[in-house]
Structures are given as C-alpha cells and as structure tokens.
Design a binder for this molecule. Structure first.
Ligand code: URP
Ligand code: ZN
Ligand code: ZN
Ligand code: ZN
Length: 475
C-alpha cells in the first residue's frame, strides 16, 4: 500500500520546495513531481515537514511523592495530535535501583504508546555496578545519560559522580545530559524563603534564580570537557545558562542547549498571580523567567547557539499541585506542553519572523535527530527515511483550551492562547494516525527506537582529545 501526499510544500531544515511525498509501507519512497500512489492525501495550502521529536518528556513518572498524570497513552496521543511523532522519555532508577530494572519498568509503561519513543537513562547515584550497567544500556540502544545537579536528597548527583559518569560516557560513545541548577544552593534558598514566610509558588521562583542555573551549566560543561565527552544542557531557561553554552561552543566544545516552549513564551509574572492554583500549575524547574531571558533564548535559536525546542512535559493535576499548599517546596515540579509545542512555536516563532520555517523544522525535529544519532531515519522528508510526516495547515488555527486537549490534566499552561496552525494529518511510520482532529492510530502501536553509540560529534571529540592530550615530558 502506498500513499501520495499531494500539492503540498515540503519544508526540511535545509530547504523549502513544492513537491509531493510518496509513502510506501513505513518509509518515504520518493519526493518530487509526477508520482502516483494507491491513495492520495490532499495537502493543498499545507506545509509538509518531518514529524516533531520531543526529546524531553516524563510520562507516568514517579516524582516528588506522586506520579505524573499523563501516562504513555494520553501523553503520546497528545503528541500525535500536535504533530509530534516521537518522544524521548527519561527512565529514572530509584536510589540504588539497578538501571536495567528501571528500564524494565519503563518498557512495561510504554506498551500503550501511540507514538514511537526512545529513552534517556538517568544516573541518580554512582557505584561500580552503575558503571558496568551503563555499558548494557548502550548495548540496548540508549546512548544518553541524564544527570540532575538539583533535587538534593533525591535525584541529585555531585561533581565527583558526574565526572565518573561523564568519563564512562566518553568511553562508550554516549552523551551526558544535565539538569543544570546548583542543588545545594536551591535547597538553602528554599529554607531561607520558607523561614521568611514566603510559602507560595513565588518562593519557587525566588529560590531558583538564573545565576544558580548559570553556575551549574558552566560547571557541567567544564566537567564534560575534562571527561572528553559532548554534553547537552536540558531546559536552558536563562541568559546565564545560554551564555555558558554559547561560550563553550565558541571555544570549540561540543555542547548543546535545549530551551523549552514554555520558557520561550511564558514569564515569571505567572508566579505572582493571586490565584494559588494558577501559580502552582506553572511551577517547574527552572522556573519561568522575565522577558530579557525569553528574548535571549529566541536569539540563541536564531544564532544556532541553542539547537532544540522541547517541552519537558511533566503534567500534574491541580489536585497533585495542591500537595504543596503552604509549602512551595512540596509542589510537584513540572508543566505540560507536548501537544502544543509545534503550534505555539510556529505562532510565536515563524509568524513573528523570529524563525524561518526551516529553523522551525530544525528546532523541532532535525537537530535533535542528528544530536541523538537518529538522522535521517527520523528528522527529514527524504527517500529512505521513516514516514513520520506532518501535513501542517497554516490556516487551521485554534484557541488552546484544557476542554479540548488530549492531555489528562485539568488545565493547560497555554490556556486561551490563539495559535494560527495545527496538523491536518500526522503520519507515523507511514500510517495516518491523526486526521483532521481525530485520532486514527491504535494504542500500543508505538515502537522503541534504538540508537547506536558514537555519533559523529563523539568520534570527532575523541580524535581531537587524543591529539591534544596532556603528555609526560620525555627527559
Ligand atoms: O520541573 C521539572 N522540570 N520537572 C521535571 C523534572 C525535571 O527536572 O526535568
Ligand atoms: Zn530537569
Ligand atoms: Zn525534565
Ligand atoms: Zn525503517
């Protein structure tokens, strides 16, 4: 069976042109003119681009005494409805839990996925077993390891542990990811504000200032350089953290930075809202920042010093957020965004001229496919690629509302936002899974996508590090 997507304009990260797309089985067979297929899909007036890849989600994740409300079913349904055809979720072992045991738990949960997925493995403690198990993890197709520099007493690892893990990453051709916030300082500042009677959600923002993020980003980047591996800083939210990434890149380091759609479009005034629920629903780490930081993140996407726009989708209901009434340190950290990422980025980015359509595709799909060594299996409209394709209607606007969303929670941080474009069709590995507002794919059809170690950046870095290594003086 083949499908021809006709009359659309193809948008890849490198160019835009009028062409039809022929899908055969799970793959793109041809892109061009004069093609024919068994069935035809009309893309008149639409852009046709590679399915979004969200490299940062937390589906059904146990965290802060509860579990995120969007599981693999509602989460990946939300993804497809918004044009995201693949998610990369964080597999998080409990303290002392073997990495492969956590993996088995994640495999169980992800059985219901509608969309394709991969994992990042988290390193939340350190010993020889973890070191050894990292090899097994890479052998099974997970080549990225996340480290939390915050969440003291829970997920946080220290510099010594990070250095050991980063060195292991270098050995395995894997890449560390880092949540960059100085966890000791955050913990101390949280106590200070609680003592002073600042117990509401604004205390969350006060206790995690930009400098705390900038310091940790610089430290992680320095540790990666010493260990000889690339490093990827998740949820870059501030000028300080962006500067750390940009400076390192200017110095020749292999460093990547991921802003979130929330940080690009929502600001810290949300935490000063007199409605406790409104403010608490927006509590995430790092917190939303002011306009200066937002502008800086947009500039980074344009300049290329930031490469990827993610969501860190980590959705808690209002009821769950209320665990932190009277003590902001207990508000479960996290916000949603999986189904709105593309529409909001398009509206706030492409419609305003901040980004070109090609930069939009790069930031939502192609760049992360390359960074994660998935390209061109994913991340491009080209013959041989998997047919993860979005037929994007730039005239099909909507107003975002919790009432009409796929996500399981009772609110949406973008509530009331008017977006100008949505997917007309979403294809995942050749199958039309979302069609004009309706889910057409089957639950559980999503597949794990294994990744090979040693992407080009890791190989280049290893070569360069070997050539420039400090050596003993021959006497
Ligand atoms: O607040 C956040 N970001 N929650 C999810 C966990 C994390 O730090 O990524
Ligand atoms: Zn984080
Ligand atoms: Zn996260
Ligand atoms: Zn394939």
């Amino acid at each position: 069976m083949s499908t021809l997507i006709k009359n659309g304009t193809v948008v890849n990260a490198d160019r835009t042109w009028k062409a039809d797309v022929l899908i055969e089985g799970e793959h793109i067979k041809a892109v061009g003119e004069g093609l024919s297929g068994d069935t035809t899909v009309d893309a008149e007036g639409c852009f046709v681009f590679p399915g979004g890849i969200d490299p940062h989600t937390h589906l059904a994740m146990p965290f802060m005494g509860t579990t995120t409300a969007d599981d693999w079913e509602s989460g990946t349904r939300a993804a497809l409805s918004g044009g995201t055809t693949m998610v990369v979720d964080f597999c998080i072992p409990g303290h002392g839990q073997p990495l492969m045991d956590a993996w088995a738990e994640w495999d169980k949960k992800s059985e219901t996925a509608y969309a394709d997925y991969a994992y990042h493995m988290c390193v939340t403690y350190w010993n020889d077993q973890v070191r050894e198990d990292m090899g097994k993890v890479v052998g099974k197709g997970v080549t990225t390891f996340k480290h939390f520099m915050a969440y003291k007493g829970a997920l946080m690892v220290n510099d010594e542990e990070m250095f050991a893990s980063f060195q292991r990453c270098a050995e395995l051709g894997a890449m560390p990811l880092v949540h960059a916030e100085n966890g000791d300082l955050v913990a101390a500042l949280q106590q200070k504000f609680m003592r002073e009677g600042v117990t509401g959600p604004e205390g969350h923002a006060y206790s995690r200032p930009p400098s705390v993020e900038g310091e940790a980003a610089n430290r992680a980047i320095m540790i990666a350089d010493a260990a000889g591996c690339p490093v990827y800083i998740v949820h870059v939210s501030s000028i300080e953290a962006h500067e750390a990434v940009a400076r390192a890149r200017a110095n020749g380091q292999r460093v990547y930075g991921e802003p979130l759609i929330q940080h690009l479009t929502l600001d810290e005034s949300e935490y000063f809202n007199p409605d406790w629920d409104h403010a608490a629903r927006r509590v995430m780490s790092p917190p939303f920042r002011n306009k200066k930081h937002q502008d800086d993140l947009w500039n980074g996407l344009r300049a290329g010093s930031l490469q990827v726009v993610a969501t860190d989708h980590c959705a808690f209901t209002t009821e769950q957020k209320r665990f932190g009434m009277g003590d902001f340190t207990k508000i479960p950290n996290g916000t949603g965004g999986l189904e709105d990422r593309l529409s909001v980025l398009w509206t706030a980015g492409v419609e305003t001229g901040r980004l070109t359509m090609n930069e939009f595709v790069a930031a939502t799909s192609t760049n992360i496919a390359k960074i994660l060594n998935l390209y061109p299996r994913k991340g491009a409209i080209m013959p041989g690629a998997e047919a993860d394709v979005v037929v994007w209607d730039p005239k099909a606007g909507k107003t975002i509302s919790a009432k009409t969303q796929q996500s399981a929670i009772d609110y949406n941080v973008f509530e009331g936002t008017k977006v100008s474009a949505t997917p007309r069709y979403t294809f995942s590995r050749g199958e039309c899974v979302w069609q004009e507002g309706k889910l057409t794919g089957q639950r559980g059809r999503g597949r794990f996508v294994p990744r090979a170690p040693f992407p080009a950046d890791a190989v280049a870095l290893r070569t360069f590090k070997a050539m420039t290594a400090d050596k003993a003086v021959a006497r």
